[in-house]
Design a protein around this ligand. Structure first.
Ligand SMILES: [Zn+2]
Length: 339
C-alpha cells in the first residue's frame, strides 16, 4: 500500500482497474517466499537488495519478468499471489480488478490451465469475502509467440470455461506479425463467449491502432491506446465511438513511452472526451499501484476528485462482468460519492 495512504484526496475514491497482468503483480516479498518454498534461487538481476525489480529497457523487462515468473511452480503459488494482489488493491480502495492471465506462462511452468484456474478462483472468492474486492480474469495470448501458439492458447482457453473468465486479448510485442494474423485466435475466443480487448497504441502509433481495430472488430477496449494522441482524427473517432482506454500511466512513464510525466497522453485524451480508465499494468515492476495511478491523475494530469469517480464508473461500465455484479459495484461507488 502507498506509504501515506489516506493523505491524498484521490485515496478515498473507490477504484477499478481493467489491466493488471497477474504475473506482473507479484510483490517482491511474495516472490521471495515462493522461490524459497520451491527451492529456487532467484537469478541475479531480478531483485535488488531493497526488493526493487531490476530491468533496464522493455526487452530486459520482458526477460526479468520471465525469470521472476519461473519462481511460480504450483497452484498454491497462484493462489497466494492472486490473493496477495487483490488484498493490496483493496487496501487502496480497489473494488474491481481484471486480472490478465497468460496460458503460455502456465504451460511453460508445466501446470495445467485447470490447476491455475482453480487456484485463482479460490483466491478471488476468498478476497471477495475478506476484503470485498471483485475480480474477473482476462485470458491473454502473447503476440510475439506467433499466430499458431495463439490459436493453441485460445483453444485451451475455450476448453476451460469459467464464469470468472470473461475476457480475451493479445499482449506482447506490437510489431510482431499483423493484427489480422490473430483473427483466428480471436474468433475462437468470441465463439467461447469471451469479450475482447487488445494491447495496442503503447509502442506503435495511430496507424497500428487503426489496423488493429479494422482487423479485429470484436475488440471493445484499448489496452493502453495512449499513442492515439498523435492523431487528432483518431482521438475524435475513439471518443465518438466511446471506446474505453485502459490507461496505465506508471507503466508508460517507467518505460519512457512519453518523454516526461507531464507529457503523458492522459490529460489530452480526457480533454478530447475519451472514455478513460486507469490501471497499473505490472505495478511492482513500475513502482506503481492502482492508488498511485489515481494520484497521478490528480497531481500530474490535473483531474479532479469528481473526475476520478467518473473514471471508476467508466471502468465498471467497460468491465467484462455480469450486470448484477456491475450494479452492485456501481452502488458502492455512489454510496462513497454521497458520503
Ligand atoms: Zn499490459
Amino acid at each position: 500500500m502507498l506509504k501515506d495512504f489516506g493523505a491524498h484526496p484521490a485515496d478515498r475514491v473507490p477504484k477499478a482497474e481493467l489491466h493488471a497482468h497477474l504475473e506482473g503483480t507479484i510483490h517482491a516479498p511474495v516472490l521471495r517466499t515462493l522461490a524459497a518454498r520451491n527451492g529456487i534461487t532467484l537469478p541475479d538481476g531480478v531483485l535488488d537488495e531493497a526488493d526493487n525489480y531490476l530491468w533496464t529497457d522493455f526487452n530486459d523487462f520482458l526477460k526479468v519478468y520471465d525469470l521472476a515468473t519461473s519462481a511460480i511452480k504450483t497452484p498454491e503459488d497462484y493462489y497466494d499471489l492472486t490473493l496477495d494482489y487483490l488484498e493490496r488493491v483493496a487496501a487502496e480502495g480497489g473494488l474491481y480488478v481484471e486480472l490478465l492471465a497468460s496460458p503460455d506462462h502456465v504451460f511453460n511452468l508445466g501446470m495445467t490451465l485447470k490447476d491455475q484456474l482453480d487456484a485463482m478462483v479460490q483466491a478471488i472468492d476468498e478476497a471477495r469475502e475478506s476484503v470485498g474486492v471483485e475480480a474477473r480474469i482476462s485470458q491473454t495470448i502473447v503476440r510475439h509467440y506467433g499466430p499458431e501458439k495463439a490459436i493453441a492458447a485460445a483453444t485451451a482457453i475455450a476448453d476451460h470455461p469459467h464464469p470468472y473468465i470473461t475476457g480475451f486479448q493479445m499482449a506482447g510485442a506490437e510489431d510482431a506479425y499483423t493484427p489480422a494474423d490473430f483473427r483466428p485466435a480471436y474468433d475462437i475466443a468470441v465463439d467461447a463467449g469471451l469479450r475482447c480487448t487488445a494491447h495496442t497504441g503503447e509502442w506503435l502509433g495511430p496507424d497500428s491502432m487503426r489496423e488493429t481495430l479494422a482487423a479485429l472488430p470484436m475488440v471493445e477496449r484499448l489496452g493502453h491506446g495512449v499513442r492515439a494522441i498523435y492523431d487528432a482524427d483518431l482521438v475524435r473517432e475513439l471518443a465518438e465511438r466511446k471506446v474505453p482506454f485502459e490507461v496505465c500511466p506508471g507503466s508508460n512513464i517507467a518505460l519512457n513511452v512519453f518523454p516526461s510525466p507531464e507529457e503523458h497522453a492522459l490529460r489530452g485524451l480526457w480533454d478530447a472526451g475519451c472514455v478513460i480508465t486507469l490501471a497499473s499494468d505490472d505495478p511492482p515492476y513500475f513502482h506503481t499501484s492502482l492508488g498511485a495511478e489515481y494520484r497521478f491523475a490528480v497531481d500530474v494530469a490535473g483531474l479532479s476528485v469528481p473526475d476520478l469517480y467518473t473514471i471508476t464508473r467508466n471502468a465498471l461500465q467497460a468491465g467484462f462482468m455480469d450486470e448484477a455484479t456491475r450494479s452492485a459495484l456501481m452502488m458502492r461507488v455512489a454510496a462513497s460519492e454521497a458520503a
